[in-house]
Design a protein around this ligand. Sequence first.
Ligand SMILES: NC(=O)c1ccc[n+]([C@@H]2O[C@H](COP(=O)([O-])OP(=O)(O)OC[C@H]3O[C@@H](n4cnc5c(N)ncnc54)[C@H](O)[C@@H]3O)[C@@H](O)[C@H]2O)c1
Length: 311
Amino acid sequence: MANILVTGGCGFIGANLVPMLRNKGHDITILDNFSRGSRDYLDDHTAYAIVDADIRDEDAVLKAAQGQDAIIHLAAYGSVVESVDAPEENFSVNAVGTFKVLNAARSAGVDQVIFSSTGGALIGNATPPVNEQSVPRPISPYGASKLAGEGYCCAFANAYDMSITALRFANVVGPISWHKKGAVTAFFKAIMNNEPIKIYGDGAATRDFLYVEDLCRGIIAGLEAKKPKFNAYHLASGREVTIKELADIACQVASVNNHPIYFNTKRKGEVERNFANYDLAHNVLGFQPFFKLEDGMDLTWKWFLKQNDSV
Ligand SMILES: NC(=O)c1ccc[n+]([C@@H]2O[C@H](COP(=O)([O-])OP(=O)(O)OC[C@H]3O[C@@H](n4cnc5c(N)ncnc54)[C@H](O)[C@@H]3O)[C@@H](O)[C@H]2O)c1
């Protein structure tokens, strides 16, 4: 049993992760400023100590870090497209905020930190499959901010002998994502509202989608594995899927035929092709995704239907 601080624990990934950590017997503290997340996303908010604070508030983060065995740092300004419009705020939350979390971990003597990084946005437009040897050339402020975060993770691990692991998440699919602005949420909401599905670009851009339960198992594997004091690992499915295929899968799991799809101008900052090889995470952390995208989309659609019923 360990004491674990989860920043951003009331968001999509955090709310899926914390019950899994609790089921393993860990004591969880969540630090969140509720800019995107909500206590209502948690399975049982009384089961967690919750600190309402911003990761850039040094005193609050240091206080929350005291007595913790690990920090899982998920809090972020998570949108590629919004980062293009607001690069300062993105830098402030993701680069400065990550620095403050690492510095608090150092001051409080926390044994290890897991950092939520990103695959596609950090690497940029490289020929896939990408892996940990691919040279990062981000094309959005969001990708750059995560690369800066990884830089500080590597520096702190070496300068202060800390155990820090950067996990580069693929595009995550799953329940508790109603508030998200990515393709899966937009497609399911369009289907529910009987509106056309809107695709930016010609639909040929590709992504690597990972079901949230597989991702959370990967985060827990990252926490528990014996590993070098710093490394970055891609947590991905290894399957390349076009955005048009994703829209077709969304229609298929929602049992709608010939749903209208509109194609809009491609947006700045979004990479063209991306999928990642997860061999390193498999070999070092024991990470292995189990869910087929079609099955993960089906479970996500069923969750969306339940939300719609309760609105
Ligand atoms: N969802 C994905 O597909 C995906 C892919 C790659 C990487 N990631 C990374 O995973 C992490 C979690 O993403 P998510 O999808 O759960 O996002 P989310 O927006 O659902 O959750 C982020 C949480 O952090 C909180 N937060 C934001 N800014 C904060 C701040 N300044 N101080 C304190 N709390 C703050 C929000 O209120 C929210 O609860 C992020 O770091 C994101 O960049 C996500």
